[in-house]
Design a protein. Sequence first.
Length: 312
Amino acid sequence: MLHDDEQHLFDIRRLALLMEVVEQGSITAAAELMMYSPSAVSQQLRKLEQEVGQPLLNRRSRGVVPTEAGQVLAGHARQIIRQMKAAQSDLDQIAGLKRGALTVGTFPTLAGSFLPLVIRAFKKRYPAISLSLRSARFDELVADLQSGVTGLCLLWDYPWNRFHDDSIRVTEVFRESTVILVAGSHPLADREQVSMEELRNESWIVRAEAHPVVEVLQRSAKEAGFEPTIGFLANDYQEAQAMVSVGMGVALVPKTAVALQHPDVKVLSLGNAAPLRRILLAQRQDKVYAPAEVAFHSTLLEIARERAGDYL
């Protein structure tokens, strides 16, 4: 720690004047550049010499030449001024975010439900930031983040397969329930909640291409004591809902998948037995986060606190 009686911190404005005088080779030239009078600059430099305790400039008929001490202190001043300008720039960006670009990785169910709420708030607060999105599968999201294609990304995991990577920092955004979809004409459609045991004889509509929801269904069915019969492989959740609506089967989906609910589909709760997935915000551990990333992180968590209950 610094104590007034042990250490003296030089006035940064006087350091800036010294740096300009050394670089310009003239008090008059530095004064014009800094919009001071030559006498004011000379006065401030004399005060700086008193603080230092030794001469900093040799005054000559055609300008000034720094002493060894003046040259050393001007070099330090140059670094200090550069750092102060960088600090001010960072603070200005955080306060106003007048420039910058940000690319965020996401996945379809979140891009079709929660994320638009975040984007709306972010764009309203920081209209000058260029925001772009990349929607991809899990492995691609991680690869994009690690390679720097995205500044941050949204991921998910389940209790039986928690995501962990030493190079990536994750923050839990919210937890999301898994729900059952049945047709409006289904015998269970008037219920608010069902159990997996009641669905053992159903035909199931699942996502194609070994989608993660298939494992969720298989684990849930196994705990209920049956092997699910797969009746249809859907390419997306809208297609799955359409097939459910006409009685081709029932489906198990994350709740964000029904943000746009088909009018002929009923959403049923699994109660406390519903598998929960975590929605995660991921960022690289080894980087300094840009102001735009800090702002997006803050906005996203704020919206999550307001809306997290919608997904349970």
